[in-house]
Design a protein around this ligand. Structure first.
Ligand code: GDP
Ligand code: IMO
Ligand code: MG
Length: 417
């Protein structure tokens, strides 16, 4: 089975980065297919801790190259800063390919996001993601491949500046300066700006292990998530076709990553949110502050209604349950198995934001465990209650849980089966 998709099963930050980094020890390619620098994928290993926004987490493993496919919106400045940080940590230089069809994030995208109020209304990561995808869909964006023609880039930026000044009174960049910066970026990268679809297709044809690294999570998917409180890309397994132009084969592993509880950053409904002591405890023990923005994440309990929906959308072949260690010490752990919707118990994830906003969680309370489990490395090291917690998720969802995270470190992972 030479393909693996790692997909966020919640509202992002499920520890996809850690899972991808682990699996990439054996892989030849790690491919980002959606999102952009709104992602913050953490890897903690012998070199230290790094938050990756664009570089695929798998590309930190020697022998695994990274591909940033056409579904990704690329901010050249973020990419270069990220590589500087990787070098500063003394890591081997990652090999990263960029799609010539990928759209660029330019400085005005962040400006437009602020001025149009999207940043505040949705609680975005303020990375210009929405406006960059808007330009792409409107067929007026600049793509990486366009950088091969500097005279056209300057012309494009000059017209864009005039247009932005007319609309907003400012543009946020000086055309000549930005054109020069993009030219320098292109000169440094041109060997690595490629037809990424062909690169991935070739690797698949040769039977190489390819990991598709999802960004964000299923409930943030533009269409299938909690619209309008979503991101602007296809975050599910279906984003692979959309964002890379290859098809995941029948036998591929589709790994849904879920925390042992739930978090969300930004606005939008979150039925199992705990705004009291429980949520505070999860935030403190789980260090739930955004990797990209530093914002405190909203915290609450595991929501199996939402997770079942994520499974329905992605057809996970397995689940990775991360941050199980954060639940240690609780007497009992609430797990949501149904919602109360206008007096009725529903097990199906509501399809409208109006319904989801008034859905109240119905909890079962599973027994907790007192032991610190961060040193656990095999299933039998886990307390019985922790194993039962995982077994409960498997039973309700009908999907095997194959991995459990017990700490942020690369070795703090248990392979369950
Ligand atoms: P991603 O966006 O899905 O890659 O997830 P993030 O990196 O944004 O957030 C996950 C956070 O949890 C990071 O700070 C990780 O270092 C940390 N982490 C990952 N796995 C575990 C785990 O099993 N236990 C604990 N306590 N922390 C974890
Ligand atoms: P990773 O890959 C968590 C959220 C933002 C906001 C909404 C839209 O690290 O899991 P955007 O900037 O994309 O227009 O913001 O989506 N969001 C994320 N939340 N993890 C992420 O990525 C996210 N990327 C975007 O907080 O609610
Ligand atoms: Mg993250």
């Amino acid at each position: 089975m030479p393909q693996v998709a790692v997909i966020g099963a919640q509202w992002g930050d499920e520890a996809k980065g850690k899972i991808v980094h682990f699996l990439a020890r054996e892989a030849e390619l790690a491919v980002r297919f959606n999102g952009g620098p709104n992602a913050g994928h953490t890897v903690q290993d012998a070199y230290g801790t790094v938050q990756l926004h664009l570089v695929p987490a798998g590309a930190l493993q020697p022998g695994c190259a990274g591909v940033i496919a056409h579904g990704v919106v690329v901010d050249p400045q973020v990419l270069e800063e990220e590589l500087d940080e990787i070098r500063r940590q003394g890591r081997p230089e990652p090999v990263v390919y960029l799609s010539d069809r990928a759209s660029l994030i330019l400085p005005h995208h962040r400006l437009v996001e602020e001025l149009e109020g999207t940043a505040r209304r949705i609680g975005t990561t303020r990375r210009g993601i929405g406006p960059a995808y808007q330009d792409r869909v409107a067929r007026r964006g600049l793509r990486l491949g366009d950088l091969a023609r500097p005279e056209l880039v300057l012309e494009y930026l000059t017209e864009l500046e005039a247009d932005l000044k007319g609309r907003y009174g400012k543009a946020g960049f000086v055309p000549k300066q930005l054109a020069d910066r993009l030219a320098r970026f292109y000169a440094a990268w041109k060997e690595r700006i490629v037809d990424s679809r062909a690169v991935v297709a070739r690797a698949l044809a040769e039977g190489q292990l390819v990991i598709f690294e999802g960004a964000q999570g299923t409930l943030l998917d533009l269409d299938l998530g909690t619209y309008p409180y979503v991101t602007s890309s296809t975050t599910t397994v279906h984003g692979i076709g959309w964002g890379v132009g290859v098809r995941l084969s029948e036998g591929a592993r589709v790994i849904g990553v879920s925390k042992a509880y739930t978090t969300r950053v930004g606005e939008g409904p979150f039925p199992t949110e705990d705004t009291g002591e429980g949520g505070e405890l999860l935030r403190r023990k789980g260090r739930e502050y955004g990797a990209t923005t530093g914002r405190p994440r909203r915290c609450g309990w595991l929501d199996l209604v939402a997770l079942r929906y994520a499974h329905e959308v992605n057809s996970f072949t397995e689940l990775a349950i991360t941050k199980l260690d954060v639940l240690s010490g609780l007497d009992e752990i609430p797990v949501c198995t149904a919602y109360d919707l206008e007096g009725k118990s529903v097990e199906e994830f509501p399809k409208t934001i109006a319904e989801l906003s008034v859905a109240r969680p119905r909890y079962v309370r599973l027994p907790g465990w007192k032991e610190d489990i961060r040193k656990a490395r095999c299933p039998s090291d886990l307390p019985r209650e922790a194993r039962s917690y995982i077994a409960f998720v498997e039973e309700v969802l009908g999907v095997p849980v194959t991995m459990a995270g017990v700490g942020p470190g690369e070795d703090e992972l248990i392979i369950l089966r």
